[in-house]
Design a protein around this ligand. Structure first.
Ligand SMILES: [Zn+2]
Length: 316
């Protein structure tokens, strides 16, 4: 089964049972093999030999970051790595700090956004996934500096996996937003539904998707979103796979949905176009050889995995 290149970082041991111990985090931060990812304005600093070439994260030591005067105590603990037993942390800094810190400007570039890195397959999947984890966590911190209950300032704890409100003591934890993403198959089983949204690249078609609302289960969200966006009644809903999606911090829950009706009525507020595609057309789109120049999302997206599953005859 095809798997998207942004996924769970399988190799890291997150030590979620130990990261509430301040001494544990301090030990990991100071361990000899510990390395840091730097996010500059959410973009990871990488090293690459050139455009279109394979690259890797540019890993920094604690001493490197201290020499630039960066606020290392604000780093997030991602886990330890089995290759050398060292810790892996991420530190997010502003573009201004990257430009003005002593001796930093040469090593703080290039900083490239994760979407571009994943789409162009510049980094290995494990590194893309680790960056995704760091980016999602950082986005939560950026929006959790003040307590939603009393408005007081919150402080970082547990290596970045918790914040505590100083005035009222309330605890805040990183949130993941669940999203259903569904490959809909028509009643004959021979065609699947894809849509085109205004925000998509020209000629790109993809599966429908939407946030799960409070009080819904996965099946309900799949049926509601498909009815709202395409006017189709869905019967059977089957789980396929999931993907962490760090834009900003969602979990994509991939499903197959079997349509009971086939007449499409789109909601133009949600989607520009939606139509049925034959298996043959889908194969051409996956291969980027469709005569109309239309194509499906790249290897960074679970949508491709769902579409591939239809092409492979997995949906029956
Ligand atoms: Zn509070």
């Amino acid at each position: 089964m095809f798997k998207a290149n942004i996924a769970a970082a399988e190799q890291l041991n997150r030590h979620s049972d130990k990261r509430s111990e301040e001494t544990f985090i301090a030990e990991q931060m100071n361990a000899a093999n510990t390395r840091f990812i730097v996010l500059v304005g959410e973009k990871p600093v990488i090293q690459s030999s050139g455009l279109g070439e394979e690259g890797s994260v540019r890993w920094f030591s604690l001493a490197d970051l201290q020499s630039y005067g960066f606020p290392v105590e604000q780093s997030y603990f991602l886990g330890t790595h089995p290759s050398d037993g060292g810790g892996r942390f991420a530190l997010a800094i502003t573009e201004d700090l990257a430009k003005t810190a002593t001796n930093a400007i040469e090593t703080m570039r290039p900083a490239v956004d994760l979407r571009t890195l994943a789409k162009n397959e510049v980094l290995p999947s494990e590194e893309l996934s680790t960056i995704g984890m760091a980016k999602a966590l950082n986005h939560w911190h950026e929006n959790a500096r003040y307590c939603g209950h009393c408005g007081g300032a919150t402080e970082i704890r547990d290596g970045g996996w918790r914040r505590v409100c100083s005035p009222c003591g309330r605890q805040h934890f990183p949130r993941t937003d669940p999203v259903v993403i569904m490959l809909i198959v028509d009643p004959s089983g021979e065609r699947c539904l894809l849509g085109h949204e205004a925000r998509f690249e020209t000629n790109m078609w993809s599966t429908l998707a939407g946030f799960i609302e409070h009080g819904e289960d996965i099946e309900h969200a799949v049926r509601r979103e498909t009815m709202e966006e395409a006017g189709l009644k869905i019967g059977d809903v089957r789980y396929h796979s999931t993907q962490p999606w760090p834009f900003p911090h969602s979990l994509m829950i991939g499903c197959h949905g079997i349509a009971e009706t086939s007449e499409i009525t789109i909601d133009p507020k949600e989607i520009q176009e939606a139509r049925w595609f034959s298996r043959n057309e889908i194969l051409l789109m996956l291969d980027e050889s469709h005569p109309d120049g239309i194509f499906v999302p790249g290897k960074q997206a679970i949508a491709r995995s769902l579409i591939q599953s239809f092409a492979d005859g997995e949906v029956v």
